[in-house]
Design a protein around this ligand. Structure first.
Ligand code: TXA
Ligand code: MG
Length: 349
């Protein structure tokens, strides 16, 4: 299959291109598109064949459900069996935006889209290209992140091309995304809202508007004793081919440990990568140093993480060291992705 790549103006998407892309979705094809979080791989959410194609293109296990992207609230009402008050409140506060809600589905949504579950994940993205594509297609769009299963989510169209060229119809290239971490997922099917995947919108923000909310304990657990509730969160994810070691402790000790470890690895002829926020250190020659962003700028750190993990694969780094990236607001989300990428390999110094 030939994959066409079309450059679109993120703020002012050209309607002719969007119409063509919408036609592809309508006819059961697949289009990758930018959202404010990461690129998505879209297909018609109520067409079971489209969902099957999405799983095949990504190599994704079929028990891992997709998120249905909508452009107005009436679309949500058309695919759920009931609309809890909490959903209305959250939509008013955070939509369009980086929040996904889990609700009870009705018969409109096929099990192919929900991975066999009786619940459905729904999100109204804020990216103008995403919204225009949903409107032009006349469909609700099922879209997982547009990466090969297991790889870091794509934050640029090039990342999508790298993974899915030849496997999908079209990529809409809207440049680098703004947030760089996938949406916060909140489950509203129980009496208390539970965040299944931390993201740019925090548990505290949800608690502020709903009065209650907690983080799924399976997300915080460093071992596999408590299984996460979102099927996708149990899979190995984001991992580059090289082994990541997160070094935790006081700055000075972290620096000393890393200098030592990197020096000896390079002496053994290994290719070594480093994720750091500290530009004041001189690292051993040959280290692939990635300045992820200033420690005070957590949004830059979030936006750069997945791209950096992909860079390490391109340069075939075997060992990767990273600082802990515990930033104040979205640190939970950033560390959730980094810990998964590292297989929870943390050294305390
Ligand atoms: O920011 C995002 O959410 C991006 C963009 C494209 O919108 N999409 C995304 O989709 O990250 P994906 O498929 O990579 O991640 C969806 C996650 C998976 O962990 C999946 O298991 C979970 O949502 N999920 C989907 N439906 C669910 C359901 N009914 N119950 C529990 N978890 C669900
Ligand atoms: Mg994904």
């Amino acid at each position: 299959m030939l994959t066409s790549v079309i450059k679109v103006d993120s703020q002012n998407p050209n309607t002719a291109f969007l119409k063509d892309a919408g036609e592809i979705i309508k006819k059961g094809g697949l289009v990758a598109f930018p959202t404010e979080t990461v690129y998505g791989l879209g297909g018609d959410a109520v067409n079971p064949d489209s969902s099957k194609k999405i799983y095949a293109a990504k190599g994704r296990p079929s028990d891992n459900p997709l998120i249905v992207h909508i452009a107005d609230f009436a679309q949500l009402e058309s695919i759920v069996s009931e609309v809890p008050e909490a959903a209305r409140i959250l939509a008013k506060e955070f939509w369009p935006g980086p929040l996904t809600m889990i609700l009870k589905k009705n018969e409109v949504v096929p099990y192919e889209t929900t991975g066999g579950l009786d619940t459905v994940a729904i999100r109204m993205p804020s990216h103008p290209v995403a919204l225009a594509l949903i409107r032009e297609s006349g469909c609700m769009i099922a879209a997982p992140s547009a990466n090969t299963s297991g790889r870091p989510s794509p934050t640029e169209a090039d990342h999508v091309y790298e993974d899915l060229n030849g496997r999908i119809d079209c990529i809409l290239d809207g440049g680098k995304v703004a947030i760089g971490l996938e949406s916060t997922i909140v489950d509203l099917t129980d009496s208390e809202p539970v965040v299944l995947r931390p993201g740019f919108i925090t548990v505290e923000q949800i608690k502020d508007v709903l009065g209650q909310a907690s983080l799924d304990p399976g997300i915080i657990a460093s071992d596999s004793k408590i299984a996460p509730k979102a099927p996708g969160m149990k899979y190995r994810h984001y991992a580059p081919k090289g082994q990541i070691t997160i070094v935790s402790g006081e700055d000075e000790k972290v620096r000393a440990y890393m200098l030592d470890a990197i020096t000896s690895a390079i002496n053994q002829g290994k290719k070594v990568g480093l994720i750091t926020t500290d530009s004041s250190v001189e690292w051993p020659a040959g280290t692939e140093v990635k300045m992820i962003g200033d420690r005070a700028d957590e949004e830059a750190i979030a936006a750069n993480l997945f791209g950096i993990l992909r860079d390490f694969d391109r340069s075939e780094c075997e060992l990767i060291y990273s600082e802990e990236l515990r930033t104040p607001r979205i640190g939970t989300a950033i560390m959730n992705r980094l810990l998964k990428a590292a297989g929870h390999n943390v050294v305390n110094v």
